[in-house]
Write a new protein. Sequence first.
Length: 495
Amino acid sequence: MNETRIRTLKYKVKNLDVYTIHGFAGYVTNSLVKNDESLIKILAKELSESDKYKLNYDLIILDECQDFTPLYFEIVTKFLNAMENPNYQLIIFGDERQCIYGFMEADSRYLTLAEKVFINNHKWTTRELKNSYRVKEEVCEFVNKIYGKSIIKSVRESKGRKLVKDKVKYCYWYSNDSHSYVQVAEMIVEKILKDGEEEVFIIAPSISKNFYISQLIEDIKLILNEKYNKDIYFFITKNDLDRINDRDLIKNKLVISTIHQTKGMERKNVFLFNFDASYYKFGKKERTSIPDNEIYVALTRASSELYIMHDITNEYFDFIDKKWLNSSSYVEEMNLTIYNNIKIMNKTNIDINKQFAIVTDMVKFLPLSIIEKAKEMFDYKIYENFLKLNKNEIEIFREIPYKIELSSSSKRIYEEVQTIIGSSLSTIFLALKKRRKFKREFNKLLKINMIFNNSYFVRYILSNKYYFNSLIHKVIKKTHQLMIWVTYHLCLIGY
C-alpha cells in the first residue's frame, strides 16, 4: 500500500485516493479503525449523510481480492451500496495462488467468482494476467514445471542491457553437519557483499520452529566480522504469521522471515529453506503431488537469484522431477555437503496428527467470528488504560514513538521500542531488587554468550576486567541510567 502511495506522489496523480480497507473505513466514518472489531461496529451502524458524501467515486479498484474475508466483503459492499454515483466502475485484481490466509477466513472465491458476488451496473470482462515484470525466466520455468502447466511468464524489461541468465540454484545441504552450515553461510555472505543485506531474504515455512536458523545466523555474523570486518543487522520474525506492516523495520537488514510475512515483497536474492518433505512438519499440511499456494508465493519473491535449499535428511517433494533437475537448462544443482555424491536419507515419516503446538499459536489467529462467539460465553471488561491520566499526560504518551532510529555508519536502521523494552523489563526488575544476584548472573550470562556466540566484542569485554566491571558498576549504582545500560547489554547479547 505504501508503494502505491509513493508512486501516486511520484507521478503527481491528483485524482486518486489510496487506502487499506481499515483506512478507508476510518476515512469515511471519521473514526479510528485499528482492527476488524472496529469494522464490525461500523457494519452495525447506519452511515450518516456526511459519511455518504465522501463516497463519490467514478472508479473503484479492489486489489488483493484473494485475501478478502466475509467481513471485508461485507464492509466493502456496504460502502459500494452507498456510493453517490450508482454507475461507478469496479475493477478487481488478485491472484488466487497467493491466497495463503485461509486460516483467517480469506477466500479466493471473492476473486474467482467476483462477477457473482459484487453487484454493479456494468458488464463484467475477465482478463488473465500471466506476465510477471519481476520474476526472471528461469524461475518462471521452474514454477511452471512443478505445477505442470504454464501459469506465469517473465516479461522483464532489459532497458537496453542484456539480461543475465541466472539459473535456479537447487542446493543440497546437511543440517547435521557444521561444514554444510558454513558453506550455506558463505553463499549468503557472498550475496550480502555483492548486493547488500537489504537485497537478501532467508525464507522458511517457520522460523521459530526451525532449530538451524540460530546456527546459520551465527555463522553469517562470524564470517562477516572476522573475514570482512563488517557488521550486519537482522530482522528476525518474532512469530510465524504476523504480517510486516512497517517496511522501515526491515530496511538495510538481512530479513529472516516466513512465507506468509514476505508475501507482497521482493528482494534480489532469496534463500528458500525446507524445500523438501520437512515442509509438511510446519502446520497441519497434507502431503500432495501439487505444490500449495505458500510454495508459489515463496518461489516468486526473488527478482534475480533463487536458491532452493534441500536438506538431505529429508525426501524430495512429490512434485519434483529428479531427472528434470539433472537435465534442465534452467536449474543448477549444488552440493553443499561433505559427501561427493548426494544421497537423500531415508523416507521422511511425518504424522501430521502428532504435532506439538503452543497454545498462543493455536488461538492467535482464530477467525473473528469465533472470537465474537466466545465472548458471549464470558463476562469480561476491557481496560483501555490502567492509569488515570490527565490530558497533558495522555499527550505525552502519544508522543512516544513506537520505533527508534539507531545510528549506523551510512544506513538508517529502525527498531521497535516494544521489542527492546520487552526484553529489558525482567532484567531491570532483577537489577533493582537483587543487585548482587544481578551482577553475578549477568557476568555468567556474558561468559556463556562468549562460548556459544564466539563474538569478538564480548570476548574483548571479558578479557578487559576493568572495562567490564566499570560497566556493571554503572548498571548497579546509577539507577537513573539503568534502562540505557541494560538495554545496551541486552542488545550486545542478542546480536
